[in-house]
Design a protein around this ligand. Structure first.
Ligand SMILES: N[C@@H](CCC(=O)N[C@@H](CS)C(=O)NCC(=O)O)C(=O)O
Length: 393
């Protein structure tokens, strides 16, 4: 589940959602700026006010004209897209502690992957579900959620991050769980492609969201890049898969924190479980483990209240996650197949499974098993994932 740099906890609380917001226009800002200066000067002189109002009108006209011109040219204006950034490449692996490897002798992908993760982060669980289901070998770096030394080399402070070796010998940095899955899934469908080149189809775009904050998202993150059109699934199946992958990121994931940190006791129980499955007592000194557990539990309990409000959840947070499980199971059952993907899980099955898997040891998950029909599907996906997974070395 969501884990935060403790020093940045308050900021992170409002940063947790990733949806693309409304893009604020420069023209709107120009008008607002001129209008407010016009307001301030109204008491001093009518001439200045008239001038300011003329400025507003001229500014609005020019702004509208410029936006209209760009719109009809079909190009985004520079206030819509602030920065488009391609992937980062590293000459060599950073000096980090590889904590374990998942080795699958049957993996013939030729990929060399290092996953930087928190064991119970839903986004990381999603990536692992995909890697394991695909039978890939990979190394794992368990990042300390408080100090984060192991991702100091990266400009992004979020996990998961995957470093993948490219043909040139450099390592391309893949970030954002859905982008990681799409890049790797595209590669596995056509291994003649270079992973370093594939990553270029998923640039990061920064923009100003509806609350005026500069934020970023990854373009095409739910799309696979396939050269061969025969590999494309039927359109409806593709749309359905993308729709539910995006639902897992934009809706389901936001129900996790308010549920697993619902009370102080639940938050502590959750962090004790994180410590157990992340083997924090093995990987970190005791003081650091205790800091993560106790400070983390109290902080996340407090933050989850804000998240609940932010995502407009009622006090009965369980009812929201039960509804989500019901909705998902209804979609799966509609096709009368074991999985949304048919006889085998597709990327949406793996995304929903990954997110729910992140709270498997928590009371919230046990309550979902008791109160919804999620269990049958969940354990069927788990069986598929585990049967393809390599062994831990
Ligand atoms: N959209 C990203 C979200 C990743 C994310 O929010 N990760 C959390 C861990 S669950 C994190 O690293 N948060 C740290 C922070 O926001 O500073 C993805 O899908 O990978």
């Amino acid at each position: 589940m969501a884990t935060y740099r403790l020093g940045a906890i308050a900021r992170s609380a409002v940063r947790v959602s990733t949806g693309v917001g409304i893009i604020r226009t420069q023209q709107h800002n120009v008008v607002r700026l001129l209008a407010s200066s016009a307001g301030k000067q109204s008491s001093s002189s009518g001439g200045t006010l008239r001038l300011a109002l003329k400025g507003v009108a001229v500014g609005a006209l020019l702004g509208t004209g410029w936006s209209g011109y760009n719109y009809f040219r079909g190009e985004p204006t520079d206030h819509m897209i602030h920065e488009k950034t391609g992937p980062t490449y590293l000459d060599r692996l950073p000096d980090v502690r590889i904590m374990r490897k998942v080795v699958n002798p049957k993996d013939d992908s030729g990929l060399e992957l290092v996953l930087f993760q928190f064991q119970t982060c839903p986004f990381c669980c999603k990536v692992r579900s995909f890697l394991d289901h695909s039978g890939l070998s990979y190394s794992v770096v368990e990042v300390d959620a408080v100090l984060r030394q192991d991702i100091k080399w990266s400009s992004t402070k979020k996990v998961p991050i995957v470093l993948a070796k490219t043909r040139s010998g450099k390592y391309v940095q893949l970030m954002d769980s859905s982008m990681i899955v799409s890049v790797l899934a595209s590669f596995l469908k056509d291994k003649s492609q270079d992973i370093g080149e594939l990553a270029k189809y998923y640039p990061s775009i920064s923009f100003v969201n509806e609350s005026g904050r500069k934020t970023s998202d990854i373009m095409n993150k739910y799309f696979l890049m396939l050269q061969d059109s025969k590999q494309h699934k039927a359109n409806d199946a593709q749309d359905e898969e993308r729709k539910w992958r995006s639902w897992a990121d934009d809706h389901l994931v936001h129900l996790i924190s308010p549920n697993v940190y619902r009370t102080k006791d639940e938050a502590l129980e959750t962090f004790e479980w994180f410590s157990e499955v992340g083997e924090w007592d093995v990987h970190f000194p005791k003081w650091e483990r205790d800091l993560m557990v106790y400070v983390g539990a109290v902080a996340m309990w407090a933050i989850s209240k804000r998240l609940k409000k932010r995502h407009q959840l009622s006090d009965d947070v369980r009812s929201h996650i039960y509804d989500a499980c019901d909705k998902w199971i209804a979609a799966v059952e509609k096709n009368k197949t074991p999985f949304l993907g048919g006889k085998k899980p597709n990327l949406a099955d793996l995304a929903v499974f990954g997110v729910l898997n992140s709270m498997e040891g928590c009371q919230a998950f046990k309550d979902c098993l008791d109160n919804t029909k999620i269990g049958g599907w969940f354990y069927a996906v788990r069986k598929e994932v585990m049967s393809n997974r390599g062994h831990v070395a």
